[in-house]
Design a binder for this molecule. Structure first.
Ligand code: ADP
Ligand code: MG
Length: 568
């Protein structure tokens, strides 16, 4: 008789569904599941916190279009993973979480780590269920994988009772479930496409906004053609960066505020009108802006702004429809309009301000100096992962992306602590695909702290991630070591230290060297260049550059505060 354990059935079902990567932390009752996953040909990465494991698994979904799996133990293990599920769901990224739970005959009796896990996951996922028997495992896993990818992507949860892991079932009693295909593609209504083109043609100040839905939807080729044919200015959202290269002549990212405020028609491609896009409302947008909204999620259409044209469908397919229509009409937005001159003037002025700040030679360095020099050394095809407040905001404007899905950051949920998990996932994909791409993590010192122990994971698996910690001694800002020591003499630091402060000049680089990676303490431009060059040429192990900057360094003057809520 050919018998299978529950663990083997879970592993084989995931493999059948083309899940290639699993991130997790083992313990009772899921150790055997991780071992079975490896035996089934799934790559298993053991992490140090379930939150980071779930961030990593969800980044696999974004990078490959197929979910990664996150494996966790019962109770606290699953609860730690909820943060990752919420982040994935908010970002619309597919991920499948597999959680061990108590043995069924101990439920409600106060079992070890007992918790209502299926209910707990509901708020953080699209689908949350426990297979009722071993025989049901393949179909529940297929449903979880399918649901994570179909419609608006998101997180799914499968609960495995502890006693099911080692229980056995006769293989011939298990109904085979085949691999679910990629999501079916839907096109927009033909009449709406015609209307969209006529609204675009009538626009005086058109703007295309490219969101991370366009990146996830692999719309880069169609979009490049569309922008080239129609000659429209475009603006990427933070993770829409790279769908078309940041140095494309039609990219107006450096005039973002002006472009948003003065556009009369916005073609919105896979981006929600949420806080990232200032809700699509005044004072950041014109009150009579016409929006052409493209999204595959019908419920998203009309949020905050009623669109003039709704194009419900897959971005790649819809943009292809738009290209065909524009071709037929051989329409192109002229390149000599007042709109183009106003955008170009603003871009030139903004570039000058950043450059002046970047070329300041005083020490400690400011953010702009650091990013200016980092950007000179980073290879064009590197994947940039970024988090932290100023580090992420300023880095976004100064570090270019040239390829789609090559920027991952705190995202829709503004989650700090995602960086190292994302980097581990990207490095695991790079190891399989061997494209020779560097994974570079640009972190604030506070953001790094949330998942800092994942440095050990990178060292253990010899993942050559380069981490740049832009260290300003705090959250938003910190103080210098002398001020800190003076404060310590004045009284109990827990009463007087500003809550934003972290240990001045903390040696984050020593965490990396502790585990065998390369660590560098960087204070000057020369040290930055040399440390980054050495790190980028090492493919054997990770590196961490601890870049000490002026703790009072800030963003340049902004026209609007980032999180304006006055419009709601
Ligand atoms: P950003 O953070 O870049 O502004 P959001 O995450 O807010 O982007 O929005 C992404 C949008 O893209 C979501 O509303 C999601 O439903 C949509 N989306 C995801 N994949 C596709 C796709 N293949 N086709 C169309 N829309 C998509
Ligand atoms: Mg900081």
């Amino acid at each position: 008789m050919d018998e299978l354990t529950g663990a083997q059935l879970i592993a084989e079902s995931l493999r059948t569904q083309k899940v290639e990567y699993m991130f997790g932390i083992v313990g009772v009752p899921v150790i055997e599941v991780a071992m079975a996953a490896q035996a089934a040909g799934i790559k298993y990465v053991g992490m140090r916190n379930e939150q980071a494991a779930c961030y990593a698994a969800s980044a696999i979904g974004y990078l490959t279009g197929r979910p990664g799996a996150c494996l966790v133990v019962s109770g606290p293990g699953l609860i730690h993973a909820l943060g990752g599920m919420a982040n994935a769901n908010m970002n619309c990224w597919p991920v499948v979480v597999i959680g061990g739970s108590s043995d069924r005959n101990q439920e409600t009796a106060g079992a070890f780590q007992e918790f209502p896990q299926v209910e707990a996951c509901r708020l953080y996922s699209k689908f949350s269920a426990r297979p009722s028997s071993l025989e049901a495992i393949p179909s529940v896993i297929e449903k979880a994988v399918r649901t994570s990818m179909y419609g608006r992507p998101g997180a799914c949860y499968v609960d495995i009772a502890g006693d099911m892991v080692n229980a056995k079932v006769d293989r011939c009693k298990v109904r085979a479930v085949s691999c679910c295909p990629p999501p079916p593609v839907s096109l927009a209504d033909h009449g709406a496409i015609t209307k969209a083109i006529s609204v675009l043609k009538a626009a005086k100040r058109p703007l295309v906004i490219i969101g991370k839905g366009a990146a996830y939807g692999r719309a880069e080729i169609a979009l490049r053609e569309f922008v080239n044919i129609c000659g429209l200015p475009f603006l990427p959202t933070p993770m829409g960066k790279g769908v078309l290269p940041d140095d494309h002549p039609n990219c107006v990212a450096a005039a973002r505020s002006r472009a948003l405020l003065q556009a009369d028609v916005v073609l919105l491609l896979g981006a929600r009108l949420n806080w990232i896009l200032h809700f699509g409302l005044p004072p950041r947008f014109s009150s009579d802006v016409k929006v052409i909204q493209v999204d595959l999620c019908a419920e998203e259409i009309g949020n905050n702004v009623r669109p003039t044209v709704s194009l419900l469908g897959d971005i790649n397919a819809v943009v292809t429809q738009l290209v065909e229509h524009a071709h037929k009409e051989s329409w192109k937005y002229p390149s000599d309009t007042e709109w183009w001159s106003t955008l170009k003037d603003k871009m030139a002025a903004n570039a000058n301000i950043s450059k002046t700040l970047a070329l300041q030679s005083k020490l400690p360095m400011n953010y702009y100096t650091v990013f200016h020099h980092v950007s000179q050394l980073l290879p064009h095809d590197c994947i940039i992962i970024s988090e932290g407040a100023n580090t992420m905001d300023i880095g976004r404007t100064m570090l270019n992306n040239y390829l789609p899905r090559h920027r991952l950051d705190a995202g829709t949920f503004g989650t700090m602590g995602v960086g190292l998990g994302f980097a581990i996932a990207a490095a695991a994909v790079e190891r399989s695909e061997n494209k020779g791409q560097r994974i570079v993590c640009v972190e604030g010192d506070s953001a790094f702290g949330f998942s800092g122990m994942e440095v050990e994971t990178m060292c253990r698996y010899k993942l050559p991630v380069v981490i740049i910690v832009v260290n300003n001694n705090g959250i938003y800002s910190g103080v210098d070591p002398e001020t800190w020591e003076e404060m310590a003499k004045m009284g109990d630091l827990t009463s007087i230290a500003p809550p934003v402060t972290l240990l001045p000049e903390a040696r984050y680089d020593a965490i990396m060297t502790a585990f065998g990676g390369r660590g560098f303490l960087v204070r000057t431009v020369e040290e930055l260049h040399s440390a980054l060059q050495i790190s980028l040429s090492d493919w054997e192990r990770p590196s961490l550059l601890n870049v000490l900057i002026d703790p009072s360094s800030d963003r340049k003057q902004q026209e609007f505060p980032w999180l304006t809520r006055s419009n709601l």
